[in-house]
Design a protein around this ligand. Structure first.
Ligand code: TYD
Length: 133
């Protein structure tokens, strides 16, 4: 199972740092939606779903968190702890996010609008779906 973790270009100078992300250049899809999680309570696990047709890039722009990715055959855990790192999450990938630091801000760039019908929220259904596709 291949994990794609981007290290985005940092534009640093004596004032500080800046990262710029452009669709089809730094990000491999059209960005149709951006959302972010913050003030995540201690010990909380989020996610627990996969998408049938949605690509995402996860960026922990402040603080840190861990992401478990599971393609139905293999699982991998990726730590996000730098504001210039982006984790690519393709479709048909179960994800869980946890170990959020109290200051964590997890931003997600998504290739589609929010469509509840695109979610697979049941793990057994996910395993069945990836076997069939
Ligand atoms: P939820 O799907 O529970 O987040 P996650 O599974 O990633 O931890 O989303 C929390 C709430 O936010 C839920 O009521 C749906 C809503 N929501 C939107 O309205 N738009 C969005 O783009 C997302 C991701 C969630």
């Amino acid at each position: 199972m291949q994990i794609i973790k981007y290290a985005f270009q940092q534009h640093g100078d004596d004032r500080g740092m800046l990262v710029a992300l452009e669709e089809f250049d730094d990000i491999p899809f059209e960005i149709k939606r951006v959302y972010y999680m913050y003030d995540t309570k201690g010990g909380v696990h989020r996610g627990f779903h996969a998408h049938k047709n949605l690509e995402q890039i996860l960026i922990c722009i402040h603080g840190s968190c861990d992401v478990l990715l599971d393609n139905g055959k293999q699982k991998k855990i990726v730590s996000l702890e730098k504001p210039y790192e982006g984790l690519y999450v393709p479709n048909n990938m179960w994800r869980e996010m946890y170990n959020f630091s109290s200051d964590a801000v997890l931003m997600v760039l998504a290739s589609e609008h929010y469509v509840e019908a695109d979610y697979i929220r049941d793990y057994d259904e996910f395993l069945k779906f990836v076997k069939e596709t």
